[in-house]
Design a binder for this molecule. Sequence first.
Ligand SMILES: Nc1ncnc2c1ncn2[C@@H]1O[C@H](COP(=O)(O)OP(=O)(O)O)[C@@H](O)[C@H]1O
Ligand SMILES: [Mg+2]
Length: 276
Amino acid sequence: MSIITENTITKNVLENGKFPSNDVMLDLNDLKKVYPTPKGDYVVLEHLNLQIRKEEFVTIIGHSGCGKTTMLSMIAGLNPISGGNISVLGKHIKGPGPDRGVIFQSPSLMPWMTSLQNVLLGVNQVFPHATKAQRNDIAKYYLQKVGLEDAFHKKASELSQGMQQRVGIARAFAIKPKVLLLDEPFGMLDSLTRGELQDILIEIWNKEKITAVMITHDVDEAIFLADRVVMMTSGPRAKIGDVLDIDFKRPRTRKSVLEHDDYYKYRKHLIDFLEH
Ligand SMILES: Nc1ncnc2c1ncn2[C@@H]1O[C@H](COP(=O)(O)OP(=O)(O)O)[C@@H](O)[C@H]1O
Ligand SMILES: [Mg+2]
């Protein structure tokens, strides 16, 4: 039996299953992705439809290899679309742009540059008309937000993995994107660091009022962070299989989430989906 009850039915959905267009930040419309391979075309994604609202935090789960990274890199404009379209605020995307920031599993910083210089790389590109002092202020503000106020001038190669990912988060927020795309950003971190960075991420996301789309393989992380958890079917021809609304109030603490009666219902729903 489905556990989808009144409180998990997505609110504000019109009869055609779509949100009012004014509410929509990101619209994936009949998206398709084909990779050519030596054995012929491989259809990774097909008939994939998903709308994400302004200021929403959506997490994506699905089996390894189903096409999550493919979908996210298409939204980022880094991977060509084979069919359908993607729009941000109603405009079709044609490639990467400063309206979308990306955080990957590994932050790929310039190892010989300092934290500050790494963040400035993006800031300088996106705000070419700001003064040098203004750009420095932006970069330092976000580095301080992620807890790196003492490491502005440390080289990236001298930072721990957790600190490098903090720089990655600061770098992504500092370009002030409308949409933040995250591909298993905490997957390589120990659980304590992961928890700290989840809290930092939510705090900045909440303050900046941006839209976040985050892939994770961690069901608990998916529930803790999200307004909605999107479940992708297994490939080939993967699409959206199910969507679960997470109705916990914000701000959330791990304790309040774990103690909430609905937590285990949500968790069971996601695990049942992944096991079938
Ligand atoms: N550049 C590529 N060329 C051919 N096949 C690819 C390419 N990138 C990914 N794939 C294949 O597409 C499928 C989806 O990959 P991916 O999007 O990385 O999945 P996920 O992130 O869900 O683990 C996998 O079967 C993968 O092998
Ligand atoms: Mg992936």
